[in-house]
Write a protein that binds this ligand. Structure first.
Ligand code: NAD
Ligand code: WQD
Length: 340
């Protein structure tokens, strides 16, 4: 079985490629390296002892994509490729719509023309906005996200739902909560390109002395310690969910459900201060921080109800917050050893 993995050298993509290779799938990666590095490919090979096919180009170039499909009969696709920085998406909306939606549509054109099925889309808990009730299950009403990035995810979901219905193809929409951590080998992880926006990479760089202090965005939220709550899911657990979702798509017949939707999280919420504490305890390091005003656009609380994924995929997250945060620190050590 050959799977096209777009964005396969990126953070979640690279971990998923490792799990696919470990499960004997053939993998064809397309990644333009706009937010990743070529050495990740070599490290994937070192971890798995297998060599994925790799094409470095921009998915917006349909003619190159056509050549990949001509050269490799694929049985499915996991589409990670997208621009993902929320703040940047507000400043460059047209670029975000172009990159995230044109790439998706180009792949779907190939799928449509070639009669292909089994498409997995990287969606996000951002499609729920601030949900009224916790935990968030898949029937929770969607709210149009505030950010352009979030809108591209919601639009992507709608495009795929129409694609599935019109052409009778099977798709899976995976709504990730907050992925964290790195592979236990420390050879792949989240690459720090520029100043991190997300909490855990910022915590990592503060502990390492690259940043002076972590800004905690708000301690006046209606939560136990006043800081906002999220569901932090270990990236290797998340990667394994993709294999389970793919296997389910491949095994189901097209008269079963065409559209699978799963929340992928741990089911447990942690506050910003709890994450800082857990990082300090796990790694025996200090994370200096200061309390600041709330960050615009942030929600108070989001954590997943993961019963559906457990019931239908036989998957659930296995790794504790502390254990995940230990891998973050080991990854930082690895980056230092490489001068990245
Ligand atoms: P990432 O930036 O590490 O990986 C994305 C990869 O896609 C990068 O390697 C980049 O070079 C590549 N890429 C981007 N545009 C491309 C294009 N036009 N052609 C070819 N390659 C292209 O991001 P990630 O954290 O691994 O996220 C993967 C997916 O999951 C994204 O779709 C993201 O929106 C989604 N997601 C991420 C998170 C998160 O917090 N990391 C949460 C929810 C959803
Ligand atoms: C987590 C918490 C911050 C940085 C983003 C995207 C969302 C999804 C997941 C892709 C919040 C606080 C953060 C810092 C802080 N991605 N924080 N100081 O906000 O849940 O969501 O990533 O789909 O679309 O918006 O994640 O890691 O940015 O923040 O206090 O320096 O940490 O305020 O409460 P978030 P995050």
């Amino acid at each position: 079985m050959a799977i096209l993995v777009t964005g396969g050298l990126g953070y979640i993509g690279s971990h998923t490629v490792v799990e696919l290779l470990n499960n004997n799938f053939e993998v064809v990666i397309v990644d333009d390296l706009s937010n990743s590095e070529k050495f990740i490919l070599k490290n994937i090979e070192e971890i798995t002892g297998r060599k994925p096919v790799f094409y470095p180009f921009d998915l917006k170039r349909r003619e190159l994509l056509t050549q990949v499909f001509d050269a490799h009969p694929v049985d499915g696709c996991i589409n990670f490729a997208a621009s993902k920085a929320v703040g940047e998406s507000q400043l460059k909306p047209v670029d975000y719509y172009e990159n995230n939606l044109f790439s998706l549509i180009n792949i779907l054109q190939e799928f449509k023309e070639r009669g292909l099925s089994n498409f997995i889309f990287s969606s996000s808990c951002t499609v729920y906005g601030q949900a009224d009730n916790m935990p968030i299950d898949e029937n929770t009403p969607l709210k149009m996200p505030e950010s352009v990035y979030g809108k591209t995810k919601q639009m992507g979901e709608e495009i795929l739902a129409d694609f599935a219905k019109a052409y009778q193809r099977k798709i899976s929409l995976l709504r990730y909560f907050n992925p964290i951590g790195a592979h236990p080998s420390s050879k792949i992880g989240e690459l720090p390109i520029g100043i991190p926006n997300n909490l855990v990479p910022y915590v990592m760089q503060t502990a390492a002395g690259i940043r002076e202090k972590l800004n905690v965005w708000g301690n006046d939220y209606p939560t136990a310690d006043g800081t906002a709550i999220r569901d932090y899911i270990y990236v290797v657990d998340l990667a394994k969910a993709h294999v389970a979702a793919l296997q389910k798509l491949m095994q189901s017949t097209s008269d079963e459900t065409l559209i699978d939707i799963y929340n992928l999280g741990t089911g447990k919420g942690s506050s910003v201060l709890e994450v800082i504490k857990a990082f300090e305890t796990a790694n025996n390091v200090e994370v200096p921080y200061q309390i600041c005003d709330r960050r615009e656009g942030d929600i108070t609380i989001a954590y997943a109800n993961v019963d559906k994924a457990e019931r239908e995929l036989g998957w659930k997250s296995e790794t504790s917050l502390e254990e995940s945060l230990r891998t973050v620190w080991e990854w930082q050590r690895y980056l230092e050893s490489r001068n990245v």
